[in-house]
Design a protein around this ligand. Structure first.
Ligand code: ASP
Length: 420
């Protein structure tokens, strides 16, 4: 049923949920990302580190390490270890949102340019720093990729501690998700609960969609309160239940000598099927580094990135003469091509590429501008000055989260008190 604009203007809670409650905002003074002419001006700096914006806070330490002669891969790993260790970053490492069974499963990979080696792990449970485990695979085995239980056992053999990666907060969000999707099973309050109500047997066709969603969100918020989620975090939790988020960090580092490395780490798509590996541990998709050319990495819709081998495509494009920005735009166009340009589908897909050429030219490109107005995609850079820059986007507008949800008017989003 179509939803009127007025319906939504009335629904402030809905607006807050749809507008990105809980979005992490760093480097708010961000400028547009490196433009084409910058990449070709020849004035690029080395050393330089380029990463996803959730690495912003860890760049100073990694840059100092790189500048004092530290290895390029170790510098990149210093950046991504920050979010892996942070229990409040629920997209990576400790505290990552779990799979549909409530188990955190992590993916990571790395490439060391100077020695032309790679390592990768997928679907790893109970080990926090999977980026470092991917490096251990590279250094201590004759393999490139280990997955699942074998990867966990290898990590333990290498001295990584087993720990519970599910924080209380992530567990409660998962439980909320589980109960919300449980009209047909035994999760959630049962018959004996004093507030239990039989599901409405009458079809709801006459109710405006906005009202249906408003009720749903209010019920979810009440359930979040029952589960002990703090009031200020309840709407953000509701949002994560309605739109399972992704989140990842990629980092590439280049030193003064021109050595370059990259790595990517993630807990992947929230509430995924157990065993699902996204693009992040796939060498050539989530990360690719070639010492002769440069390095690239990705965050966003993993399944789509795997199909275009995004990071490898970008590095090959640069090898054949494209600038970092052109190379990234071409990979994004391949994603658009895979859907024959069908915006009804593409609006649910998003992708950001972080691109660093061997001479220090870099670019951040995205399929869409961001998730909503005021929340553009950004990359973080340190080349002596640490900053965040807005990415260059292929398509105008904002991606929508999946599953489909009614459009929210911009004025409602702007007016939301929860966006501050
Ligand atoms: N690409 C990651 C994945 O699909 C998620 C993300 O980047 O947010 O697992």
């Amino acid at each position: 049923m179509p939803v009127s604009r007025r319906d939504f203007v009335k629904t402030s809670v809905l607006g807050a949920v749809a507008a990105g409650v809980g979005t992490r905002a760093q480097g708010e003074d961000a400028k547009p990302a490196a433009q084409e002419h910058d990449s070709q001006s020849g004035s690029h700096k080395r050393p330089i580190i380029v990463c996803a914006n959730n690495g912003f806070n860890y760049l100073d330490d990694a840059f100092a390490f790189l500048r004092s002669g530290g290895d390029t891969l170790d510098a990149a790993l210093r950046v991504v270890k920050g979010p892996e260790d942070d229990p409040n970053d629920d997209s990576v490492g400790l505290g990552g949102l779990p799979n549909e069974e409530g188990v955190v499963e992590l993916d990571a990979c790395c490439m060391h340019g100077p020695t032309r080696r790679a390592g990768s792990v997928g679907g790893v449970r109970n080990i926090k720093n999977v980026s470092l485990v991917s490096k251990a695979v590279m250094e201590h085995t004759g393999h490139v990729m280990l997955v699942g239980e074998g990867a966990e056992r290898f990590a333990v053999a290498m001295g990584f501690p087993r720990e519970n990666l599910l924080t209380e907060h992530s567990r409660k969000i998962w439980l909320l998700w589980k109960e919300f999707h449980s009209t047909d099973d035994w999760w959630g309050p049962g018959l004996a609960d004093p507030h239990w109500q039989a599901p409405d047997s009458k079809p709801n066709n006459d109710k405006p969609q906005a009202e249906v969603w408003q009720e749903r969100i209010q019920n979810l918020q009440a359930r979040a309160a029952d589960l002990g989620i703090e009031p200020e975090l309840q709407l953000a939790a509701v949002r994560k239940v309605l739109f399972p988020p992704t989140g990842t960090i990629h980092c590439s580092a280049l030193n003064e000598k021109g050595e370059i490395s990259g790595c990517t780490t993630t807990s992947g798509l929230a509430f995924k099927l157990p065993g699902r590996c996204g693009d992040s541990p796939i060498i050539g998709a989530g990360c690719y580094t070639d010492q002769d050319v440069g390095s690239a990495g990705a965050t966003g819709s993993g399944e789509e990135n795997i199909k275009v081998a995004g990071a490898h495509t970008i590095v090959e494009n640069m090898r054949h003469g494209m600038s970092p920005q052109e190379a990234g735009m071409d990979a994004l166009k391949r994603i658009v091509r895979n859907y024959n340009g069908d915006m009804n589908k593409l609006r649910f897909i998003d992708m950001t590429y972080y691109i660093l050429r061997k001479d220090g030219a870099y670019s951040g490109v995205s399929l869409w501008e961001g998730y909503s107005e005021g929340h553009p995609h950004k990359i973080a850079i340190h080349d002596g000055s640490r900053r965040a820059e807005v990415t260059v986007n292929l398509l105008k507008g904002y991606s929508q989260e999946f599953p489909p949800f009614p459009n929210i008017p911009e004025d409602l989003k702007k007016g939301s008190e929860y966006l501050k």
